[in-house]
Design a protein around this ligand. Structure first.
Ligand SMILES: Nc1ncnc2c1ncn2[C@@H]1O[C@H](COP(=O)(O)OP(=O)(O)OP(=O)(O)O)[C@@H](O)[C@H]1O
Ligand SMILES: [Mg+2]
Length: 274
């Protein structure tokens, strides 16, 4: 592993929220690295800190303590303007609710980051057109969001995320509002982007969605409690470290010998015995 391939390095990142007298440790001393070209799925139960982690990775928020190196630059203590510039030049975002401007065409939505980036109008137009063609919406560029299906709206959002050619795409439950067929289409698109060397970090509650990733991070109580490689697009069988199974899912096979195996199943078995 070489350092110039390291895109993200978190060193003991903690995020505290204070609500009156109550302190919530949304992230507790998280240390990890993400290499260029990885496709990471972040999983874990509600409230485990996934979005807090994404907000910090996305320079939308800063750690209370600890260090975040993005592309070898320490961004943990930067001010708002610097963070905004890094977001615009280095990062692409995809959200559950698409976050498109309603009264604006698909093309104009995709052009927006380039306007903030100060690109001239002709170039903007060309790059946004290319991005929309890349996500399969070359014939829908003049449509407004309410004239597009949910899956198409998410494609516009993905085009907007990739139009500035970011180093890293951050997607927080991007298929949370989509049916299973559309989910598969959108995940196919993420997989294509990853095959074209785009680094992706994606939050999901769904095993079928996480199965597209090459690495699974499982969060619990503000910590990464499991970090497991995975062969993309092969079935991902997991027994939650939290001890509960997804309702309606078949029982996974019995966990292997936990003295030698670091899998999710064996971690769950360990936790069940402590
Ligand atoms: N702005 C905030 N102020 C106070 N507490 C917060 C804030 N944002 C998050 N928290 C708390 O931090 C913890 C982690 O929240 P976070 O949103 O990161 O969870 P999550 O894993 O994304 O959950 P979900 O799966 O429901 O989206 C939770 O206990 C939450 O209540
Ligand atoms: Mg969340």
């Amino acid at each position: 592993m070489t350092t110039n391939g390291t895109l993200v390095a978190l060193d003991k990142v903690t995020r505290l929220y204070r609500m009156g007298d109550v302190e919530v440790q949304a992230l507790r001393q998280v240390s990890t690295t993400i290499q260029e070209g990885e496709f990471v799925a972040v999983m874990g139960s509600s409230g485990s800190g996934k979005s807090t982690l994404m907000n910090i990775l996305g320079c939308l928020d800063r750690p209370t303590s600890g260090r975040y190196l993005l592309w070898e630059r320490d961004v943990s203590r930067l001010g708002r303007a610097d963070l905004a510039e890094i977001r615009n030049q280095t990062l692409g975002f995809v959200f559950q609710n698409f976050n498109l401007l309603a009264r604006t065409s698909a093309l104009e939505n995709v052009e927006l980051p380039l306007i903030y980036g100060g690109l001239a109008s002709r170039k903007r137009h060309r790059r946004a057109t290319e991005a929309l063609q890349r996500v399969g919406l070359g014939d829908r560029m003049d449509h407004h969001p309410n004239q597009l299906s949910g899956g198409q709206q998410q494609r516009v959002a993905i085009a907007r995320a990739i139009v500035s050619d970011p180093r890293l795409i951050l997607a927080d439950e991007p298929t949370g509002n989509l049916d299973s067929r559309t989910t598969a289409e959108i995940m196919g698109l993420f997989a294509e982007l990853n095959q074209a060397k785009m680094t992706i970090v994606l939050v999901t509650h769904e095993v079928d969605v996480a199965a597209y990733a090459s690495r699974i991070l499982w969060m619990k109580d503000g910590q990464v409690v499991l970090d497991q490689p995975h062969t993309p697009s092969t079935p991902l069988v997991l027994s939650h470290p939290d001890g509960d199974q997804d309702p309606g899912r078949p029982e996974p096979p019995s966990p292997p010998d936990r003295s030698t195996d670091g899998s999710i199943a064996s971690l769950a078995a360990q936790q069940a015995h402590t």
